[in-house]
Structure formats: structure tokens, C-alpha cells
Design a protein around this ligand. Structure first.
Ligand SMILES: [Fe+2]
Ligand SMILES: [Fe+2]
Length: 212
């Protein structure tokens, strides 16, 4: 592997950030789970509700990207980076699937995405600085909280919306795996106050991104 100068790294990170927020970052070989499902009749209230939920999930995926990238920047072990690489790539799938669903619903992604990205990148980098076991623990806890969110969202989806359901179900499965991967790679259990702060932060984000 070649050695990058600090300036190389800054440019590379900015490229990733711009791609995540404004364009399409690279995805895996997996098809969009929504493609296999038929379209459903949604009334205006339902369409808005689903769009709000999918916008929250999309914003969450932008944050997940930033978190992984911030962490990769400061992670000490190359092994840790490698292990989390597939997870980061799968987050790009989630990002693309949510964005496509939002487009199908005639809606838009969160206008605050650059803000979510910047905040999460800083958090990821900080967690990485604290050491690999903490940063992996941070990932594991984030993923666990996302799984809980997705469960709530699955309940709030109109029952006939099989497309959104297929996307969220696959995401839920993936996030569960990401949590396990992070723990197996050596992630530590975070102190309860940290977990609580994370829950609070994500509450602010989810409430805002539903509308904006
Ligand atoms: Fe994800
Ligand atoms: Fe994930």
C-alpha cells in the first residue's frame, strides 16, 4: 500500500464526502431489494409519511458513511479498516436504495445532509482516536440503535408498501451483521452515558430529517 501525504488524504476524504452527499458513491453487487416488489397504492398522507421515514433513513446512512470514513482515517490497525470496509460499502447500498425510494415517492433527501455528514465524520474520527476497541464499540452501538429504529419504522410503514419494507428489512439485517462484525473485531461495550448521548443525538437528527 502506498503512503499518502496528509494533503492527499484530505483531498481523498473531501472527494468521498462530496460523493456521499451530492452524488452516488460506489455500491456492492447486490440488487435493490425494492426491485423485486410491486408498487403499492399510497394516499397523500401515506406517501408523505413514507417519504419522511425514508428521508430519516437516508440521512442516517449519510451519517453512517461519515462515521466509517472518519473512523478509517484515524483507525490504527489496518486490519480494522479492512474488516469494516465491506460494511462501509454496504452502507452505500443502503444510501442508494433509500435515495431511489425517495425519488419514486416524488420526495427529496435531507437538505441538512452536509451537516449530518460533518458531525458524524468528526465523531467517527474522535472515536478512532480513542482507540480501535472504542471506535469499534461505537460502530456496534450505532448499528444496534439503527436496528431499533428500523424496527420502529417497519411498524409505521403502510402495510401495502412492500418496496419500502423490502429495503428496510434488508438494511436491518445488514446493520445487525455490522454490529456483530464490529464486536468480533474487538469492539468494547460503551459506557451507558455515552450510549445515552448517542440516543439523544440521533433523536434530534431523526426528528429534523423527517421534515427537512
Ligand atoms: Fe446502513
Ligand atoms: Fe451499518
Amino acid at each position: 500500500m502506498r503512503n499518502y501525504t496528509p494533503l492527499d488524504r484530505v483531498v481523498m476524504e473531501m472527494d468521498k464526502a462530496v460523493r456521499t452527499v451530492f452524488a452516488s458513491p460506489p455500491v456492492t453487487e447486490r440488487p435493490n431489494p425494492a426491485d423485486a416488489r410491486g408498487d403499492a397504492e399510497l394516499n397523500e398522507e401515506e406517501r408523505r409519511r413514507v417519504a419522511g421515514l425514508m428521508r430519516v433513513n437516508h440521512a442516517g446512512e449519510v451519517s453512517a458513511q461519515a462515521l466509517y470514513q472518519g473512523q478509517a482515517l484515524t483507525a490504527k490497525l489496518a486490519e480494522v479498516r479492512g474488516k469494516m470496509e465491506r460494511a462501509a460499502l454496504e452502507e452505500n447500498d443502503h444510501l442508494a436504495w433509500c435515495e431511489q425510494r425517495l425519488g419514486d415517492l416524488g420526495s427529496h433527501t435531507s437538505v441538512l445532509n452536509p451537516l449530518w455528514y460533518a458531525g458524524s465524520f468528526a465523531l467517527g474520527a474522535l472515536a478512532g482516536l480513542a482507540g480501535d476497541k472504542w471506535s469499534l464499540g461505537f460502530v456496534a452501538e450505532t448499528e444496534r440503535q439503527v436496528v431499533k429504529h428500523l424496527e420502529e419504522h417497519l411498524e409505521r410503514l403502510p402495510p401495502q408498501d412492500h418496496k419500502s419494507r423490502a429495503v428496510l428489512e434488508q438494511m436491518k439485517e445488514d446493520e445487525g451483521h455490522h454490529a456483530t462484525t464490529a464486536l468480533k473485531a474487538g469492539g468494547a461495550e460503551l459506557p451507558e452515558p455515552v450510549k445515552q448521548t448517542m440516543r439523544l443525538t440521533s433523536k434530534v437528527m431523526t426528528k429534523t430529517a423527517y421534515y427537512l
